[in-house]
Design a protein. Structure first.
Length: 208
């Protein structure tokens, strides 16, 4: 890797609050000679606009990388730790080492370069907006894959977030392998299913 003190990487995550699926993070170093119009907080953009911007970012940025932490890692590290892990992986994967990283939110992961947290950075810092878009587009694609594997939960529509339909499906079918068991709505359903299974598995006492 090569590095420069003048290069700034924007870093953001996608999927931190979801009940299912990995948490993703992206890091982007924009090219000042190839500005990208329309960068904004990914949550405020229509899906087709996000897809178009993601392609432009990948074509125009000096460097970009996307990484994730899977459901098992979320269980081990908790969601904050897993988010920091995904961010660290994304920055480490950049082909050009940044001189400084700007992290959306109020916490910074441990990085090889100096870092600053920027609350609301996905709406105010173009490099963070770009990272927000790449992280969300990549995670949305992964959730469509998971929807094909687990069609009962509507992942294509809800992206793993706790919508009323998703919560109803969770109660009806129980958690899938890609649900985050440490999250309260999933844990509550697991407890109910555990009691049901216990009643089924435990044999009745023999008559004497």
């Amino acid at each position: 890797m090569t590095g420069s003190r003048t290069l700034i990487a924007g870093v953001d995550e996608a999927g931190r609050g979801a009940l299912a699926g990995p948490v993703y993070a992206a890091a982007v170093i924009l090219n000042s000679r190839r500005p990208i119009r329309g960068l904004a907080d990914s949550k405020l953009l229509k899906p087709e606009v996000r897809e178009d911007l993601a392609a432009l970012i990948q074509q125009s940025a000096l460097a970009w990388a996307v990484a994730c932490a899977d459901v098992e890692e979320i269980e081990v590290h908790n969601i904050l730790g897993a988010t920091m892990l995904a961010m660290r992986r994304a920055v480490s994967a950049l082909a050009i080492a940044p001189g400084h990283s700007l992290i959306d939110g109020n916490r910074c992961p441990p990085l090889a370069c100096p870092a600053s947290a920027v609350v609301g950075g996905d709406a105010s810092v173009p490099a963070i907006s770009a990272a927000s878009i790449l992280a969300k587009v990549t995670r949305d694609r992964e959730m469509r894959v998971l929807d094909a594997r687990h069609p009962d939960y509507g992942f294509d529509a809800n992206k793993g977030y706790g919508t009323p339909l998703h919560l109803a499906a969770l109660e009806k079918h129980g958690p899938s392998a890609c649900h985050r068991r440490g999250f309260a709505p999933v844990r509550r359903v697991l407890e109910v299913y555990g009691h049901i299974q216990a009643r089924i598995i435990i044999p009745a006492p023999e008559e004497t």
